[in-house]
Design a binder for this molecule. Sequence first.
Ligand code: DX5
Ligand code: ZN
Length: 217
Amino acid sequence: MSILSASILGCNAMFLGESIEEAEEAGADFVHVDIMDGVYVKNIAFGPKTVSDIKSFSDTKVEVHLELHNPENYVEMFDQAGADALVFQLGTTANPIRLLKEIRTRGMMAGIALNPADPWENLKHLTDYADYIIMMGVEPGFGNQVFEESVYQKVGELKEFFVSTRRDIPIGADGSVDLERAHKLKALGADWFIVGSAIFSAGSRKDQIAKFRTIIG
Ligand code: DX5
Ligand code: ZN
């Protein structure tokens, strides 16, 4: 079964709690929390307290997406806050293998995210240390941007590489994933879907999550 992770950057902050509850009840597997400090991307979003508050009020699993430089400085902080999965951007740390190992040692799932312009080949020597790979469909920083169509080919090629090397590592997509793109990405081998606006801007979030479930399995 595929993973559906609801990105709360797409929520109106006034309704954060009820939006998370609805997403969980409707069958989202994770709540996705983007962490931005205004340096790596020109936006500021969320922090460890957001994660610990979510964990103290619900049983939902939290996926933390570090969109900042030197993610190794924040692993302990988000581990203590209760993160279940920690994803960082390729190229933001000098020692990605060490970081992936540390995330796993702490009991969290370890993910690496590639920007649209990053070739998937840059992952070749990292995949054995990662629990999943995320292909960004947009440049990091904001929700609801224009989806980079070249991501489809990257997902397909990475899937072929995993099949030919007998690796069973989930491939995900984050950024402007809507129902139609989820359908295409699924056909190419993606099985981890991070969705913000397409869930939280919809009239009924529950109906929208149910539609994603039908498509992604
Ligand atoms: C972009 C974030 C995404 C974003 C997804 O920097 O990493 O998680 O919130 O939201 P949508 O689906 O609205 O693009
Ligand atoms: Zn994200």
